[in-house]
Design a protein around this ligand. Structure first.
Ligand SMILES: [Zn+2]
Length: 219
């Protein structure tokens, strides 16, 4: 259930065609073409990177946590995981992972859940759902609130207890750890680099991440 498949990538950062830094708390949107590889680097460690993938030709076909979990028979994501869409397409495959596992059950933080989980006065604090909205609005292709569906929390440690409860634990990631995915079709990547300050998912200190993209067949 929690098999970690640590795997380094042969791809060299110097050969990447794009490199972006996403500051703590910021959204990020990018189209990734079929065959391209995208790496997310946890630059300073213990940073949750909330991520949704869409079929770039049809945004109503998007990442499905349920289908991904059912098909691989495991609740955590790591090397070898195929990220499936609501229409049963493989959007991307995780090809390298130096962290070991990633959550897809915990969902994205919202002002509402911050109030329920922590305190009413936390309602003003910035949350991932705000960043996702900001991201898709800046992309400006007609997506709306209804398009913010299940997501992945890269580098986030959300163990499931024997009783079936979710707990937010201190991160298992560390500075420089990364996860790399190969696109199996043209996809839209939408990230909220989580601003959460009320639980240990970011070590109470949100930090930047790096996004690297390699063109197909470049090593
Ligand atoms: Zn968040």
């Amino acid at each position: 259930m929690s098999t970690n498949r640590l795997q380094h990538s042969p791809l060299q950062p110097e050969a990447a065609m794009h490199s972006f830094i996403v500051q703590a708390g910021d959204p990020f949107v990018l189209e990734i073409r079929r065959g391209q590889n995208v790496r997310i680097v946890d630059l300073e460690g213990n940073q949750a990177v909330d991520t949704i993938f869409y079929n770039a030709r049809d945004y109503s076909d998007r990442y499905s946590a349920q289908d991904t979990i059912r098909e691989q028979g495991s609740i955590y994501l790591t090397t070898g995981t195929n990220l499936l869409s609501t229409e049963g397409n493989t959007l991307l495959t995780i090809t390298a992972d130096t962290c070991g596992r990633h959550d897809t059950l915990g969902g994205a933080c919202a002002t509402e859940s911050n109030m329920v989980r922590y305190a009413l006065e936390k309602g003003y604090m910035h949350a991932c759902r705000n960043s996702f909205m900001k991201g898709i609005q800046s992309w400006n292709r007609g997506m709306d609130k209804k398009d913010i569906t299940s997501n992945i929390n890269f580098f986030m440690n959300v163990p499931v207890t024997p009783e079936g409860k979710l707990t937010f634990e201190d991160g298992v990631s560390d500075a420089g750890k990364y996860v790399e995915l190969q696109a199996k079709m043209d996809v839209l990547l939408v990230i909220s680099n989580c601003p959460q300050l009320n639980n240990p998912c970011n070590g109470y200190n949100p930090t930047p991440v790096q996004i690297l993209v390699w063109d197909s067949n470049v090593q």
